[in-house]
Design a binder for this molecule. Sequence first.
Ligand code: DC
Length: 209
Amino acid sequence: MIIAIDGPAASGKGTIARRIAAHYGLPHLDTGLLYRATAAALIADDRNLYDEAAAVAAARGLGLSDFDDATLRTRQMGEAASVIAAMPGVRAALIDAQRAFASWPGGAVLDGRDIGTVVCPEADVKIFVTASAATRAQRRALELIRSGEKADYEAILADIIRRDARDSGRAAAPLRPADDAVQLDTTHLGIDAAFAEALSIVEAARIRA
Ligand code: DC
């Protein structure tokens, strides 16, 4: 069973994907990390983020140790990842690894922006998770405050709106729901309720299969 979970930044897709994977005992891949690690490798090498040849080489050269980096999850790295993710060559360099992960014998859960549309168009279940930009910005701000950091709500909101526009507006594998995806709006749902909804979508697909 391949489960594709897509959606914009801070929609809750990552947490839902992790919990769905744990529930079914499936491996989970957060594909955003591939783009974040590519951007981090470029930055570490002092390369220009807009240099597509360098970005493609960084994507091709990713190794396991590139994922052991505390800065990968920062807002700045999310923004840098979104820039290099718009490059078709970078996407092409990362697609085989994602498909190999998805072909795990018992199935897998992948979350990202283009899993249901490009990486795994044959996925058994596709969920497109959304939430209003204001709600997503509040969630990110709360996360920062809980981890003892300062949170500038307006800056976070502006960031989210800019990233949505870039991820949805690019020509290569833009963020959009697959035609056969079930949409899950988490604006008014806590994480337990969102997980329960996602689980019922997966269960309904399992019954149909
Ligand atoms: O999910 P995330 O915030 O970690 O993703 C960071 C960026 O990576 C996101 O803004 C766009 C890009 N991305 C992508 O283009 N395709 C994916 N499947 C996953 C992430």
